[in-house]
Ligand binder design. Structure first.
Ligand code: SF4
Length: 374
């Protein structure tokens, strides 16, 4: 995978953000990259979109340094009518230099640039207040990686070198960095802690190659995971989105064989499974940006949340097959969970029926081996 320092072609700087230490650090890392100072962010972003035929593609090579004016922390929105897990997201960076055909950000974010919120001091204040309010409650699962990739820009931002030491002091949080990249160089210089989890999204090799533009092969992601485990970190994996394609069973089974051969199961905090789902409006964007994607020709139904999903028997088959291979390869102690699925699918795939989101949260934050529903 390319170093992002090599792919950034231009830096746009919000004039109000020039003095933040993170702005200075990034400018040093990328010295020599053309820069433009922006006085009026709103007009700038509107014009950036309007003047380009593929603003999303161009935006993947341009950095926008600005301030988070809203809240950094948000409850994960999950999806209506399905079970969530009370995850809390930290929205530090928006967008991602990779270009997955199915990426929901193509639809959700109106700002197409690789956006880094540089007002980190405000983040620490917000986190202190949030975690302070939870004192005495159970552990909260919290992570970056919902509106971007947690490590894709880490060689430039070095966020991991600040976030991990912060959360090491806060065992009331279980902090996850979630990535498809192999940019682990900063992690290999940091002391691990039991409440820090480094997670990789994995997929069958054919999907990784055809639908995850710019992402490293799955075998390299697993090797990166092996190295962070060697460094002492716990890890996690997300088989999401599972995608039907010719040879999908062998594709997913092969990845699970690699995973179980290289990562000890007692170093895996959790594994999530999710079958492909997306709002209908994303299909139009896919057709424009990824006209050769096989996903355009698949048959889907509309779920209760209005999103396209595979027919239930297909969904069940994929989730069940993958869960069984994971159990065979890694044992039954590794907590598996389903992302955005109903209680019925939980029962049929995992033979567990959580009473609600609190139950799932408790299940995923229990020490390994004690993972039971109430
Ligand atoms: S890695 Fe994640 S955030 Fe980046 S393009 Fe792919 S799906 Fe989107």
């Amino acid at each position: 995978m390319n170093d992002p320092a090599l792919t950034i072609e231009r830096i746009f700087l919000d004039a109000a953000c020039l003095d933040y230490p993170l702005t200075r650090r990034i400018r040093e890392r990328l010295s020599g990259t053309p820069e433009e100072i922006v006085q009026d962010p709103k007009t700038f972003l509107e014009e950036y979109r309007q003047k380009r035929t593929d603003p999303l593609g161009d935006g993947k090579r341009a950095l926008w340094l600005t301030r988070q004016k809203g809240d950094f922390l948000k409850p994960c929105p999950c999806t209506p009518h399905y079970l969530g897990c009370r995850y809390v997201t930290i929205n530090l960076d928006l967008n991602c230099p990779l270009d997955c055909t199915y990426c929901i950000l193509q639809l959700y974010l109106s700002n197409p640039l690789l956006t880094v919120f540089v007002n980190t001091p405000d983040l620490w204040l917000e986190l202190d207040a949030f975690l302070g309010r939870r004192q005495g409650g159970g552990q909260v699962r919290i992570g970056t990686g919902e509106l971007g990739d947690s490590l894709a820009l880490d060689p430039i931002t070095e966020r991991s070198r600040e976030l991990i030491p912060y959360f090491r002091q806060h065992p009331e949080a279980l902090f996850e960095l979630k990535t498809k990249s192999t940019h682990i160089q900063n992690l290999l210089t940091i002391d691990p802690a039991p409440n820090i989890v480094i997670a990789w999204s994995l997929n069958a090799p054919a999907v990784a190659q055809e639908d995850e533009g710019g992402a490293p092969p799955v075998s390299e992601r697993i090797e990166a995971a092996r190295r962070v485990v060697e460094q002492g970190f716990r890890t996690a994996f997300h088989f999401d989105p599972l995608i039907r394609h010719p040879g999908w069973k062998e594709g997913y089974a092969g990845v699970i064989r690699q995973l179980s051969a290289r990562i000890p199961s007692d170093r895996i905090a959790w594994i999530s499974l999710g079958a492909l789902r997306f709002p209908p409006a994303l299909k139009e964007i896919m057709a424009q940006r990824h006209p050769d994607s096989r996903l355009l020709y698949e048959e889907f139904i509309r779920g209760l949340d209005g999103k396209f999903r595979y027919f239930k028997p297909h969904r069940l088959e994929m989730l069940f097959f993958t869960a069984e291979r994971l159990r065979e390869g890694l044992g039954r102690e590794v907590p598996l969970y389903l992302c955005m699925e109903s209680s019925e699918i939980w029962r049929r795939v995992l033979k567990k029926e959580p009473a609600g989101e609190e139950d799932i949260e408790g299940y995923l934050t229990s020490p390994a081996g004690l993972c039971q529903f109430t």
